[in-house]
Design a protein around this ligand. Structure first.
Ligand code: HEM
Length: 412
């Protein structure tokens, strides 16, 4: 196994106080991990990775059955595309996520972080999950081109339709009621009318280097652009928001880890964030459906089998992550080809394109926030779940900043 080049942190590794997952829903690899929907569950790192990398095991989660309905004759959103169409979409949009592109967003992200932290400073206390939502939405909106809104508050409009309690697992019963349908339809209609449609009109007049301009070039309809924006809102904005809140919560409770983080180089800080994400992957379960007979870890499965891929157990698989897989150790030695965040950003053709952006923006915000020594938790969050992305939801993490301490100014 390759040696890590990173120095051992002052606090040692694993960190004292046994920092462990805060959001684990599933036991470690166990025969008793039955999937709630009765699907075949892949739990080990190798089996999950194999299925994610198999092009003949397409997307089956995130309400795929509805998003890919061929009778609607629409381009499916990128998350559900397959084959050449998917490859072409990823190739064309990769330019929004390169390190050069992400670095070009840095001044915008820095400005936004400083503005939000200025607000926290003047108000004295705020909910961290409100700040993380604002940050994640504004940053991804920049990539998508969603910045011609008629009214402020896009983050609340997005939150409204993402938190409807729908279950994205294949075969899950979609509980609908007239009231809920009206509320969901109303939230999406507001998002379309106030945010998406104005962006489309602005890009038709003056195209920019963003996703909506590219989709217009490819003759996507308004409805198709709306569905792609909803995909980015769920896959990019909501996930990043939850991760930032989770990382802040872990770091605020671990003074040694926080000190290592704040005083570390960018590489060391990113290593800590990746390790936190490995332990608490935002998307805990992905789904794939086999289009052919498959062999996974020596077992045969017929075509048509739907797999639930357990990212939590895969990321804590001791065979790959080591015996201390359940604890935080940002400098753990990993086998070749295994990434520090495990499979938290997926793998294979659908691997998250926004991975680098997500870590960069999280780091820019968290470092500025956690440099304030007098920042303290006023209220611990409730930990719930979002069944569309099969992820955690941390709500109500309230932090206070002592007014005695001076604002330490902008950090590059
Ligand atoms: C911590 C934050 C994030 C996490 C944990 C995360 C996680 C994931 C995962 C697990 C997938 C794979 C889904 C699958 O294979 O079924 C994915 C895909 C995707 N993510 Fe992210 N993501 C994050 C941030 C972002 C950001 C910031 C963006 C864009 C601004 C983004 C855009 C996307 C898109 C467009 C896809 C679909 C890619 C495809 O299907 O080809 N994500 N993400």
């Amino acid at each position: 196994m390759p040696q890590s080049n990173l120095p051992t942190p002052a606090s040692g590794c694993p960190f004292s106080g046994k920092t462990e997952s805060l959001t684990r829903r599933y036991d470690r690899l166990s025969d008793e991990n039955t999937d709630p929907a009765g699907l075949t569950q892949a739990q080990t790192y190798e089996s999950v990775r194999q299925l994610l990398k198999d092009d003949e095991a397409p997307q089956a989660g995130f309400l795929a059955k509805f998003a890919t309905d061929p009778t609607r004759g629409m381009h499916p959103p990128v998350l559900y595309m397959q084959g050449d169409e998917h490859t072409e979409m990823r190739r064309a949009t990769a330019r929004y996520f390169t390190p050069t592109a992400v670095n070009s967003y840095a001044p915008m992200i820095a400005g936004l972080c400083d503005e939000m932290l200025g607000e926290l400073h003047s108000k004295g206390e705020m909910n961290l999950d409100d700040l993380s939502l604002r940050l994640a939405v504004e940053v991804a909106a920049n990539v998508v081109g969603l910045n011609s809104s008629l009214l402020p508050g896009m983050e609340k409009r997005i939150e409204a339709f993402v938190s409807t309690g729908m279950d994205g697992a294949p075969g899950a019963v979609i509980k609908s009621s007239p009231l809920r349908n009206v509320s969901m339809g109303g939230s999406v209609a507001l998002f379309f009318g106030l945010d998406v449609k104005p962006a489309i009109e602005a890009r038709k007049k003056a195209p920019k280097d963003d996703l909506i301009s590219y989709l217009l070039e490819r003759k996507y309809s308004d409805q198709e652009i709306l569905t792609e924006c909803i995909t980015y809102a769920t896959a990019g904005m909501i996930t990043t928001r939850e991760f930032i809140t989770l990382a802040a919560y872990q770091l605020l409770q671990r003074p040694e880890l926080r000190a290592d983080y704040v005083h570390g180089t960018e590489k060391e800080r990113h290593a800590i964030l990746h390790e936190l994400l490995r332990l608490d992957p935002v998307v805990t379960m992905l789904y794939r459906k086999a289009e052919k007979d498959m062999e996974v870890e020596g077992q045969q499965y017929p075509a048509g089998t739907t797999f639930a891929l357990n990212i939590q157990t895969a990321n804590a698989d001791p065979a790959v992550m080591g015996d201390d897989a359940d604890e935080i150790c940002p400098h753990r030695k990993l086998p070749r080809g295994v990434q520090a965040q495990g499979l938290a950003f997926g793998d294979g053709a659908h691997r998250c394109p926004g991975a680098f952006l997500a870590i960069k923006e999280s780091d820019m915000f968290l470092r500025r926030l956690l440099m304030w020594n007098d920042l303290e938790i006023v209220r611990h969050p409730t930990i719930g779940s979002n069944e569309i992305v099969k992820g955690y939801e941390l709500r109500g993490l309230r932090v206070r900043l002592s007014r005695q301490q001076n604002n330490q100014g902008a950090i590059a």
